[in-house]
Design a protein around this ligand. Structure first.
Ligand code: EPZ
Length: 432
């Protein structure tokens, strides 16, 4: 819990790395295995703390989970439970993904209510409204969601806000419901498509993949399957931004360029040269000077909120004035004060940050408040004069597989040290 990274300014990043499977795809794929008895397999699963936490939740429910290398095997034959306890949900908000499948399989679910996170409230009202629409009874008592249902009943449901998690839960609940469910304003992130592919391979009937209108014809039962998790577009975007910031030339393998269109367009607008083929992206920022660009985040395929902190590090390190507006999480700016400790000049007003960029960042000790804020601080450390100590890096272990070794593979000077002072971690991040 007390580990930290020492990051030193270095020459431009050069070389190539493989991108790992997507954390935000794997977690729903794991929850979906609860919908049937038997042994399911998920490939391309990175060894991440969030994957380990979801495995703990599954084991708590009676599943056998085995993660060897990048292959995850989940045997739900002996599943009995219907409860996801607070100490696990507190560690990771995505534990709520078990709500839908438990209701669909067992007609009941007790899931701790996720709290807020480092950057503010993370409501689950859409998850609960969706379950109620499917004829479940939902009570909130003592910080727990108690949900009961006979057979869930298909329904037309409109998400008032585009929500990845609520779309996941509604898909997982409706596949075994009686009759047909139609979801309107559903999220269309690639991770949702990955889940739809898995559910249809299990025997579900889901139509409308890739659109905001999904139609799910309920079936009586599903069977285990084998599925590959898609590459992690946020991990990939993080390394592309690092390559641009250091004026390097980096090739990413095992990636899907189409999942990164908004970022690639912005990087190209900054002046970086982008080449890509079916499963790789090469960014070259060695030649021309880069200029920072303003961004606004939004639901996919708009610029991902999970890449906004990293983009802020890029804007802080290039001469120019830019604005970052987050329409998904208006408070997601915990990293601003820490970037300012590195010499950045950033002010926040409402859901926007205003950055006066310069090339004079200087290394200092900083604290990661959450997964993507930590990534932004590591990237800033790559260009700040001197050495930057990024602390609280357990947040990074949740979602970045082999971060230091991948950066070292590209020529970065970064090492992980254990801090022997006992730092009292008063806050476990729920931001995931
Ligand atoms: C997923 O979170 C991701 N997490 C987040 O990534 C990501 O930032 C987010 O989607 C947005 O893309 C996982 O996939 C595990 P949402 P999720 O429901 O599903 C509001 C990371 O760094 N909302 O799409 O929780 C919500 O407040 C993490 O990997 C409600 O109002 O996000 C937000 O404004 C951080 N009521 C908007 O919808 C609800 O019931 C989008 O949230 C649910 C959400």
């Amino acid at each position: 819990m007390n580990d930290y990274y020492q990051v030193s300014a270095q020459p431009p990043l050069q070389g190539q790395i493989d991108i790992s499977g997507a954390k935000n795809a794997v977690l729903p794929l794991m929850a979906a295995t609860l919908l049937c008895k038997g042994k399911s397999i998920i490939n391309n699963v990175p060894q991440l703390d969030d994957v380990a936490t979801m495995a703990q939740v599954m084991r708590y429910l009676g599943a056998k989970v085995d993660h060897q290398g990048s292959r995850l095997t989940i045997d739900t034959q002996a599943c009995h439970g219907h409860q996801a306890p607070y100490h696990l949900v507190t560690k990771m908000r995505a534990s709520i993904y078990v709500l839908g499948p438990l209701l669909a399989r067992y007609g009941r679910a007790n899931v701790a209510l996720p709290g807020g996170c480092a950057w503010g409230p993370r409501p689950v009202d859409l998850h609960l409204a969706g379950m109620q629409a499917l004829a479940a009874k939902v009570e909130l008592t003592h910080g727990n969601i108690h949900a009961y249902a006979g057979k869930l009943k298909g329904v037309d449901f409109t998400f008032s806000t585009s929500s990845v998690g609520a779309t996941v839960n509604m898909l997982l609940a409706s596949v075994l419901a009686e009759g047909t469910t139609r979801l309107f304003n559903a999220a269309i992130e690639p991770e949702i498509d990955n889940l739809i592919d898995q559910l249809n391979a299990m025997g579900a009937n889901i139509f409308g993949k890739g659109t905001t209108t999904l139609c799910i014809a309920g079936v009586d039962q599903l069977a285990p399957t084998e599925i590959n998790a898609i590459p992690d577009r946020i991990e990939a975007g993080t390394y592309l931004i690092a390559a641009a910031m250091t004026r390097g030339r980096v090739r990413l393998n095992q990636v899907i360029p189409a999942h990164l269109t908004a970022l690639l367009t912005k990087l190209s607008d900054c002046g970086a040269d982008i080449q890509y083929d079916q499963d790789s992206i090469t960014l070259d920022a060695q030649r021309q000077g880069l200029r920072p660009m303003s961004i606004k985040t939004g639901p996919y395929p708009q610029f991902a909120t999970d890449l906004a902190p990293q983009w802020m590090a890029l804007c802080a390190s290039l001469p120019g004035i830019t604005q970052i507006t987050d329409h998904i999480y208006p408070d997601r700016f915990q990293h601003v004060d820490e970037l300012n400790r590195l010499g950045a000049n950033i002010r926040v007003k409402g859901n926007s940050a205003y950055i006066i960029g310069s090339t004079s960042l200087s290394g200092a000790p900083v604290n990661a408040s959450d997964l993507r804020a930590g990534a932004a601080l590591v990237l800033a450390g790559l260009v700040a004069n001197g050495t930057t100590e990024v602390r609280q890096i357990h947040h990074l272990d949740r979602g970045y597989h082999n971060l230091a070794s991948k950066l070292m593979q590209l020529g970065a000077t970064i090492q992980r040290d254990a801090d022997d002072t006992s730092v009292n971690v008063t806050h476990l991040s729920l931001c995931g």
